[in-house]
Structures are given as C-alpha cells and as structure tokens.
Design a protein around this ligand. Sequence first.
Ligand SMILES: NC(=O)c1ccc[n+]([C@@H]2O[C@H](COP(=O)([O-])OP(=O)(O)OC[C@H]3O[C@@H](n4cnc5c(N)ncnc54)[C@H](O)[C@@H]3O)[C@@H](O)[C@H]2O)c1
Ligand SMILES: O=C(O)CC[C@@H](O)C(=O)O
Length: 390
Amino acid sequence: MYTIQTMNKISAKGLERLPREDYETASGLSHPDAILVRSYKVGEDDIPPTVKAIARAGAGVNNIPVSYCTDQGIVVFNTPGANANSVKELVLTGLFLSSRNINAGINWVQSLDPAEEVSRLVEKEKSRFSGPEVQGKKLGIIGLGAIGVLVANAALALGMEVTGFDPFISINAAWGLSPEVKKANSMDSLIANSDYITLHIPLNDKTRSVIDEHQFDQMKEGTRLLNFARGGLVNNDSLKKAIESGKISYYITDFPEGELLGNPQIITIPHLGASSPEAEENCAVMAADQLRIFLETGNIRNAVNFPNCTMDYVGGHRLIIANKNIPNMVGQISTLLAENEINIQDMMNKHKEGIAYNIIDTDKAPTEKLIADLKKIEGIIMVRAIPPRD
Ligand SMILES: NC(=O)c1ccc[n+]([C@@H]2O[C@H](COP(=O)([O-])OP(=O)(O)OC[C@H]3O[C@@H](n4cnc5c(N)ncnc54)[C@H](O)[C@@H]3O)[C@@H](O)[C@H]2O)c1
Ligand SMILES: O=C(O)CC[C@@H](O)C(=O)O
C-alpha cells in the first residue's frame, strides 16, 4: 500500500488514477510515500523522510524546495503543458482587458444608481472607456514554452504582430511555433518594440525581478504588461513608478499582492490561469500517473530535478539508485552487487546536471544489508528496491 499526501484539493479524476486497493490518498498523512500538490508552498519541514517523490499538478515548481529535494534523493515532477491552454485563454482575456478598458467600464456601470436613467448615462459616458483594438499591434512574448507558443499562435490569429524571446527554446516548442513569429535577439529589443508584453517564464533566482527599472525604461509609452507567470518576475516598486510616468498604461497580473490593490491601472486576477476543470483534470491525471509509475517501477517521466529514465518493467527485482554524477559510481555499484552474487540482467543509467540515475534489474532480490551498504558508498543519494509484482 502506498500513501500519498495531498496538499491542495486535487481533481478527483487524478486521484482515481491511484487505485484504492493500492493507494491511500489524504491530506493529513504523517509518513507518506509521496506528495501531490498544486500551489501550496511546500517547506522542508513539510517533507517527512518517507517521501520519495513530489508531484506538482502544474508547471511552476517555485513553491517546492527543489534543491533540498534533490539532495535528499526526492524526485520532483511537474506536468508540462497540461494547463497551457487554460492559461492561454486567460492571457487572451488579459489582452482585451488591458486594451478596451473593460474592467474600468464594468466597475463604472456597477457603481451607477439603479434609480438613475442608466441607459442614457451609458451612452453619454461610454467614450471615457474607449480603447484600441489589438489587431495590427505588436505583442512581445518573453518565454516560448508550452504557454508562450499557444499565446503566440493565437495572437497571430487575432492579427497581431508577434515577436518572441527565448534563448532556451526547446525543439518541441519550436516545432509548434508559427513561422510568422519573429525572433528577438535580446529581451531589451523585444521590450523596446512592443505595445503589449506578456511573460511566460519560470520564477527562479535568474528571473526574479527580470522586469525592473531598466526594462521599464526601454518600454514604449503606454505599454500594456501582462503577467500570468509569477508575481516575483516584476519589481513592484519599479512597476508603480512606470505607471506614474506613463510607461505602463495597464498591468494585468494573475498574482495579486496587497501593494498592487486599489490602482485602477493594475488589474488583479486571483491566480485563475489554471483554474478550469479541463486543466485541473489534465494536471492531476498527469501528476498522479507520473507518481504511480515512479513508485511502482522506478521509471521517471517529467521530473524537474532528475533525468527522464524509463526501462521496460516486467515485474521482477529492480533497484533504483541515484548518485552524484561523478566517475566510478556504476563500477562501485556493480562490484557490490557481484560481491553479493547478484547478477545484473538489465540496466539503464542517465544523468541530468549533477545527478545520475540508475535502474538496475537483477536476478535476485537485494537484501536489506546490500541496500544499506549501497547507501554507504560516497556519492550515493538514494537507493530503493521496487517491490516485485505478484
Ligand atoms: N497563472 C497560472 O495559473 C499559471 C499556470 C501555468 C504556468 N504558470 C507559470 O508560467 C510559467 C511558464 O509555463 P509554461 O508551461 O509555458 O512552462 P515551460 O517550461 O513550457 O516554458 C517556459 C519557457 O521559458 C523559457 N525561459 C526560461 N528562462 C527564460 C528567460 N530568462 N528568458 C526567456 N525565456 C526563458 C524556457 O526556455 C521555456 O521555453 C511557469 O513556470 C509558471 O510559473 C502560471
Ligand atoms: O494550480 C494552480 O491553480 C496554478 C498552477 C500554475 O501556477 C502553474 O504553475 O501551473
């Protein structure tokens, strides 16, 4: 029986992927094998030593202490692309909200006294809320991953001129991107030439406050900035100055903070990018499947801190071992197995940055002592025997 601790409400469709006869899923487990989470900020103290994997039902993993997990041999998964369409639709909504003064207009109508002649007032005052069409305008997209590509292609269909900046674009993303999307050679040039800018990059130490005073200075007067990626990408003090100076006409964010409230030029959405039943289901299903496959077979798909590594599993004896990516680790592991008269039947070794991951199928079950001895090898981070299938 595996136990999975949920740290947010997870779509039932996802939980159904973990059969009840083999899995207990609940929010208050003290020794879980794995954690399933959405946006809850997971602290190191939330992760008991029994945890082997954490699955983030979503894209961003900045709510998970990933390097701590790596050091503990805990595999962290996310669900690439599973909520991208949902975010794309909200970004398009954001484009129109930022352009046509819709939010201000709606708020004004709602503020009218119903006893007044509302239709007359509307016709008299509506010119205050006029705003430009997006067709023919320039959209700059920072980050051409799962979401950025969908936004780019949809914006082209709306008649926008689209430029993207992503020095690390994946081959997969490049395949999905329309050839009509122009490539910016630097973030500065994209920023300087856009009427609308939308952010679709992860928040990490390299991207924190990536939109700061310098970037605002490069922008055209009246730029509309959309942030459906993470609040920390934009420096709020610089943003407020840019609004005051007229550089920014509207900032649309899915990440409200106290200091952003009450400004009519900042439209705050309560982190709804992935809040569609379809996205919630897609993410939960993908996250649950990845956890189940890892727990039951050791195969890894879509981990952010471990290499992808899959080897057909027929149900026999399997060891999974993670180690620092340094010389002679495989040699020491196989020597120890041989000394214990265990024959390797099949093996796979993959690495990602400083981590190597091994799947080793053997002819006999490893003993507790062998597992303990493997863990003692300098550089070994994690060893687990996969329980053989009946
Ligand atoms: N609002 C929401 O509910 C919601 C939902 C999903 C994702 N997100 C956020 O959006 C981000 C993007 O999601 P995604 O699914 O497209 O992820 P993704 O991993 O598919 O794409 C991210 C892209 O950003 C690029 N990138 C990284 N650093 C960059 C930099 N400095 N400059 C330019 N490009 C850079 C990468 O090369 C990659 O192509 C996530 O990390 C998450 O923070 C928000
Ligand atoms: O789970 C959510 O509601 C948001 C997820 C989103 O921020 C993500 O990074 O995928």
